[in-house]
Design a protein around this ligand. Structure first.
Ligand code: AMP
Ligand code: GLY
Length: 423
């Protein structure tokens, strides 16, 4: 089969490496991919957001199956347009991707279906939002309604910060049209868990749980980033919590979407917070997480292509999604300065024996050499029988990768390891 994977980061590299294990995957293309991915797939220079270009490439090349990884093309209907051109694809249609594309939709959907989430109010003009803030207690959370590349959430400690957030989103256009409407919601506390699940429109099969590390620096200090590392499984996601999530969150979400005529097929990402009152949904994403995928897929014990096709055709059954025992850790290496300003363009030296465990997020090939690009450059994953083994394995490999001007967090997995000890 000829497969096209849309996207070009570490997540897409992990998807491609896993798809390559499938005996039916004869040829894999990536649009646009990156220099690291080009060692595993043929990269074509079409950006992930160029939906029409992707569809015409897929038709021209006779692609048998497409995998749309990032939210932007999903929300803009890439799967619908591919289907109209006769090309089956993994990922939700635009109608279903709205779970990530509009926080106002997602919050009201959860309210309609009794799915636990922070209480909220929605606003489409700044004065009303500010009047509401003046009657609120703090901290409080201000969220842009639409897609904002992971930056549309502001936790405001006091009234001034909250007003600034509302003004920057609704009046100054900090996130373009995405911020014209906002959600203001209750601030929750508790450990966060990511659960990625295959859905076929009716059934939901979660993969192993994971924990992201969003802040740039050790000890959860510094600015928010796209994610500096992950571990799986997440020790806060006990069997009891998992059962409660299935009953109160996962099934009601998938059945609710079906009932509303928006069946969700693809990977649904549940961003959860385990509060005193049980698990709450912090956010839905309509796709695989990055860098969650880099620990979740290495622990998947089945043919990814088979599962994706079954999800796309509504035929997933009990036993199709199998998870390996054991744990995994991914450490992200970024350029110094990320998520602010940074210099890039450095040669990366990856020893051959660990290349299969390295997922390149940003880079290009020049004369056969991999040159760093983007803020986050690569992720290094190790699996192990225990979390401690996975964490030390990942850091051992990181220590063998040389590239100038790089930094990484030294404490990926530390919180998970101490939670394991407490339990
Ligand atoms: P999101 O972009 O929706 O993933 O939000 C980014 C981060 O903001 C989440 O991972 C949480 O750490 C935090 N966050 C979002 N909503 C809330 C909330 N209601 N209470 C506390 N923290 C939140
Ligand atoms: N790691 C968070 C995300 O993919 O949205």
């Amino acid at each position: 089969m000829k497969i096209l994977v849309v996207g070009g980061g570490g997540r897409e590299h992990a998807i491609i490496k896993k798809l390559r294990e499938s005996p039916r995957a004869e040829k894999i293309y990536a649009a646009p991919g990156n220099g690291g991915i080009s060692r595993d797939a043929e990269c074509v220079p079409i950006s992930a957001s160029e939906v029409d270009g992707i569809v015409s490439f897929a038709v021209r090349e006779g692609i048998d199956f497409a995998v749309i990884a990032p939210e932007d093309p999903l929300v803009r209907g890439a799967v619908d347009k591919l289907a109209a051109a006769g090309i089956p694809a993994f990922g939700p249609t635009a109608d279903a991707a709205i779970l990530e594309g509009s926080k106002i939709f997602a919050k009201n959907f959860m309210k309609r279906h009794g799915i636990p989430t922070a209480s909220f109010a929605e606003f489409s003009d700044a004065d009303t939002a500010i009047a509401y803030l003046e009657r609120s207690s703090f901290p409080i959370v201000v969220k842009a309604d639409g897609l904002a590349a992971g930056k549309g959430v502001i936790i405001a400690e006091d009234l001034d910060e909250a007003k600034d957030a509302v003004r920057s989103m609704m009046e100054d256009g900090a996130f373009g049209d995405s911020g014209l409407r906002v959600v203001i919601e209750e601030y929750l506390t508790g450990p966060e868990v990511s659960v990625l699940a295959f859905c076929d429109g009716e059934h939901v099969f979660p993969m192993v749980s994971s924990m992201d590390h969003k802040r740039a620096h050790d000890g959860d200090e510094g600015p928010n980033t796209g994610g500096m590392g992950t571990v799986a499984p997440n020790p806060f996601y006990t069997e009891e919590v998992a059962a409660e999530c299935m009953e109160k969150i996962f099934r009601p979400t998938v059945l609710g979407m079906k009932e509303e005529g928006r069946p969700f097929r693809g990977c649904l990402y549940f961003g959860l917070m385990i509060t005193e009152n049980g698990p709450y949904v912090i956010e839905y994403n309509c796709r695989f997480g990055d860098p969650e995928t880099q620990v979740v897929l290495p622990l998947l014990d089945c043919d990814l292509l088979d599962v994706m096709e079954k999800a796309a055709t509504g035929t997933l059954a009990e036993g199709d999604v199998k998870i390996k025992d054991g744990c995994a850790c991914c450490v992200i290496m970024a350029h110094v300065g990320y998520p602010g300003k940074y210099e890039s363009g450095f040669e990366i030296d990856i020893p051959e024996d660990i290349e299969r465990d390295v997922y390149v997020a940003g880079g290009k090939l020049e004369g056969g050499k991999l040159i760093s690009g983007g803020g986050r450059v690569l992720g290094v994953t190790a699996a192990g029988g225990t979390l401690a083994e996975a964490v030390s394995g990942a850091y051992e490999k990181v220590g063998r990768i040389g590239f100038p001007n790089s930094f990484y967090r030294r404490d990926i997995g530390a919180r998970a390891l101490s939670a394991e000890k407490d339990s």
